[in-house]
Every structure is written in C-alpha cells, then in structure tokens.
Design a protein around this ligand. Structure first.
Ligand SMILES: *Cc1c(COP(=O)(O)O)cnc(C)c1O
Length: 220
C-alpha cells in the first residue's frame, strides 16, 4: 500500500511523504491492527464507537493515533471527544459544540475536519459546500477543537476523470476557505478505489481499508 501511495505521489508531482495514510480498520480484529502498528503504521480510522473503544482498550500500549471516520451522532459525540485524536465527520454546529464541551483539556485540542457532501446527494452525509464557511467559522471559534480541513466521501465513479471531479471541488473549497483567512492543512479524501484521483487533486490524508487489510470480515 505504501508503494502504491508513494507511486501516486510521484506520478502527480506531490512531495514524497506528503500524503498521510489512515488505516480504515473497521471490522478488522485487534491482531491486524497490532501487525500494522508493528510495521510503523500510526493512524487508524474507526467508524463505530463501541467497536473502536474496545480496540483502543486492547491497544492501549501502542503509540497510535485514532481517527473517527464514521457517522457522528450527537449523543455519541462526548465519548468520541474523550477517546479520539481526530474526527473527520463533523457536519453540524450541534455536534461540534458537543465535541468541544466534552474534550478533556489535558488531551489538547481535538483535530477536526468538516465533512462536505460535494455531490449534493441527499442520501449522503456532510454539509453543502455553500454552508462550509459558516460552519468553519463556528468550529474555528471553539478552543477545544482544532479545525484542520475538509473531508469527503463521494459516490464511486467509473473512470478516473469522474473520480477526480468531487475531489477537485473539495480542494477548491479548501482553497477558498484559506483565502478567507482560515488556517487549514488537511484534505481527507480517497479510499481504496480512488486514492490516485484523490492524490492527484491534493489529498493530504487518504483513508484506506480493503486495499490494506484485504476484504472486510463481516461485522459481528
Ligand atoms: C470504510 C471507509 C473507508 C475505507 O474504505 P475502503 O474502500 O475499504 O478503502 C474510508 N473512509 C470511510 C469514511 C470509511 O467508512
């Protein structure tokens, strides 16, 4: 996987090592996480809070970083804020406020990305691009949170050009926010099937599951 990622960086003229890898470990057992961590993988992404907490407890001796990449429900936000290092899926001020309120001061600010629904698909999570600046301003004003950038998860697309389009839209939105004065350094975009397109458009974090671990085991 690292070869594929470094190859994409080279092909699209990105500096070597400029795209970080979040191992999307949902449904993967603890021994798989430990094996990757032993190879030097640091960032792990989890979608389901209960499953994630169980694995964090089992991996408490590891120097790894936990990224919440699942659907964020307001009633789960407090525990997410206590347990995770990053949240990629903030899509409302209400959730952001709950994260901020529950973040333990001694853990430092929680890294946050705003999830954007660039396709405008009503079935998908994330805020509309036109609402991003307002939410960014609200999140940036919450001291327990550190707004890092934007995240998106577009619908699968058949060809490379079609894969690039939503990623380009997210990058342009990030650039527009930076022009408005926000300090942002993160574009969380790209999964197993479209990582090259995301790297081509400026991803700084790709979230990779099946191409790293093999097919996901069924959820218990
Ligand atoms: C599962 C998941 C991924 C990884 O998907 P793969 O196609 O297995 O690489 C990335 N991002 C999110 C939000 C996910 O839920």
């Amino acid at each position: 996987m690292l070869e594929r990622l470094r190859g994409a960086e080279q092909r699209f003229h990105r500096p070597p090592g400029s795209v970080g890898l979040v191992a999307a470990s949902k449904a993967q057992p603890v021994p798989c996480i430990r094996a990757l961590a032993a190879l030097g993988q640091r960032a792990f992404g989890e979608n389901y809070l209960q499953e994630a907490c169980r694995k964090m407890d089992a991996c408490a001796d590891l120097a790894v970083e936990w990224h919440f990449i699942g659907a964020l429900q307001a009633n789960k936000a407090a525990e997410v804020a206590r347990r995770f290092d990053w949240v990629h899926t903030v899509a409302s001020a209400r959730c952001a406020e709950r994260l901020a309120r529950a973040r333990p001061a001694q853990r430092g600010p929680l890294n946050v990305c705003i999830q954007v629904n660039v396709d405008g698909d009503p079935r998908k999570a994330g805020i509309a691009p036109t609402a991003a600046a307002d939410l960014a301003a609200q999140v940036a004003a919450m001291a327990p949170l550190r707004l890092r950038g934007l995240m998106t998860m577009p619908a699968p697309a058949a060809d490379f050009e079609a894969q690039r389009r939503p990623f380009r839209a997210l990058r342009e939105l990030l650039d527009a926010l930076k022009d408005q004065g926000f300090t942002l350094d993160t574009l969380s975009m790209g999964m197993s099937g479209d990582l090259e397109a995301a790297v081509a458009e400026g991803a700084t974090l790709v979230r990779i599951g099946s191409a790293l671990f093999g097919p996901r085991p069924a959820r218990q």
